[in-house]
Design a protein around this ligand. Sequence first.
Ligand code: E4P
Length: 220
Amino acid sequence: MKFFVDTADVAEIQDLAATGLVDGVTTNPSLVAKAGRNFVDVVAEICDIVSGPVSAEVVATDTDGMLRQAHALRKIAPNVTIKLPLTPDGLRACKTLSDDGTMVNVTLCFSAAQAILAAKAGATFISPFVGRLDDIGQTGMELIADIMAIYGNYPAFKTEVLVASVRNPLHVIEAGRLGADVVTLPPGVLRQLYGHPLTDKGLAAFLSDWEKTGQTIPEV
Ligand code: E4P
């Protein structure tokens, strides 16, 4: 399972990349607005830190405009992945860019039917938003199960399932159970994955018992 970080906060990415667990990054216009910095500068800095796919989203809504913005964004770094909305225009742009060998992340997916369209359009990644479905009373992870089952029926579909709008560690565990290819994690959720009270308790006990031995481990 690949871990992407879902943020445009460069300091957070720097910090989390040091764990060696970060395979890529996703941004969106809301995250860029929150970061309050120049979009191109932010994407360039992220691409310097993380060598895996870094999603940068277009804001045009027509195919030609999306393609123009995609060409500009692609120039930032070779690992830029163009993020396109799941609309008819977005999927037309997806087909053109994918045929051209450009990585594309199709975003704002809320149904299995949409995920089928994205795979047929050659998307590198499909991003179903599980948290936003949970928010309206639908179980987001059921959508992941459906997409995994459908894509599994068609080996010709090369699109990777990128679980997005992740809100808690249970989303990550369930994504793993279903065999999803990627989860994109807000920094706080990635840090939450480490925690367990029995780990803290066990470590405190080991260190306290070690202290009683009066020994040290020799430096080499
Ligand atoms: C992923 O690519 C999206 O940017 C993100 O996961 C959306 O998450 P949200 O629903 O918490 O805004």
